[in-house]
Design a protein around this ligand. Structure first.
Ligand code: ZN
Length: 301
């Protein structure tokens, strides 16, 4: 059993005081999830249709059958949402990190090239967008290697970061085994941290389910586009205020089929334009945070 130990203490009262590059105090990581085509579907050999994270309220798993309505909502993400979000990032001049499911990006190679050409980072979000809990270790390793190989072929660069989402007890140890620089399968801090994996110090860049458009597809969750951006504004306001004493990082999670819808993208645009004008805020790729952390706080290694 490789299950990570729990840590209820973390940095505690001694959160580090430092400055992000350029003297900034809050690092903001925009994460765009590219998942469309990687979700559960009987056409892919899965046992049931997808139920999660779409605008189809109360979707139920159909054993052995397709759900054409859910499928179509997913297709909106790769057909339309992707290009809208990409343009929004370009317009705002912001770098992002894409959590890319390799089996999804494989179905739309032009999208893969567009992400790389725009200078964004591609992190592996697994070979398929499925639950890895209980997956045999050998099978999960095989999925992981395949995902990294496919993304390297599609993007011209092997990812250095990992994010599974629905992890198994083995996921982190397998990411270490693959030599990945960091993973984001953690939600338990506002700062990167080192953690021990079988005697090896491994870097975790925590992610967030609260500053995440997935809440448009959950109950209770966000209703109007402004619910989401109000939450983002509050989060950034709190972190900037606290940053007088200790800096922090903030993750914003987006999904092409959710935030890529026009009404939500419009509100997001307002927020991003506003936030990127703050002189103390550093919009960056997660890899930039990982590089910085390794040089500034190498003690854990
Ligand atoms: Zn995801």
């Amino acid at each position: 059993m490789n299950a990570p130990a729990r840590d209820f203490v973390g940095y505690g009262r001694s959160r580090p005081d430092f400055e992000w590059p350029g003297g900034r105090r809050v690092a903001v990581s925009v994460v765009v999830n590219y998942e469309e085509g990687g979700e559960n579907c009987v056409l892919e050999g899965d046992t049931h249709s997808e139920v999660l994270n779409s605008d189809v309220a109360g979707a139920v798993a159909r054993a052995g059958r397709r759900d054409l309505v859910v499928e179509s909502h997913y297709e909106y993400g790769s057909r339309v949402g992707h290009w809208r979000i990409l343009e929004l990032l370009r317009e705002c001049g912001l770098p992002a990190t894409y959590f890319a499911v390799s089996g999804a990006l494989e179905k739309n190679p032009e999208a893969a090239r567009s992400i790389v050409d725009a200078g964004h980072e591609v992190v592996s979000h697994g070979a398929r967008w499925i639950d890895h809990d209980g997956m045999p270790e050998a099978k999960e390793r095989e999925h992981m290697v395949r995902s990294l190989d496919v993304l390297e072929r599609l993007c011209g660069q092997r990812p250095v970061g990992w994010y599974t989402g629905r992890v198994s007890a083995n996921t982190r140890a397998l990411a270490v085994e693959q030599g990945l620089m960091y993973d984001s399968d953690g939600y338990n801090d506002d700062l990167p941290y080192w953690t021990d994996v079988r005697g090896h110090s491994h870097l975790v860049l925590p992610y967030s389910f609260d500053c995440n458009d997935m809440r448009f597809a959950s109950a209770p969750g966000f209703d109007t586009p402004d619910d989401f951006t109000d939450h983002l504004r509050r989060t950034l306001a709190c972190l900037r205020r606290e940053a007088n004493r200790h800096p922090a990082m903030m993750s914003i999670g987006l999904h092409l089929r959710l935030a890529g819808r026009p009404g939500r993208a419009d509100a997001l645009r307002d927020f991003l334009r506003e936030a990127s004008a703050f002189p103390d805020v550093w919009f960056c790729r997660r890899r930039d945070i990982a590089d910085f952390w390794r040089s500034r706080f190498p003690a854990g290694r």
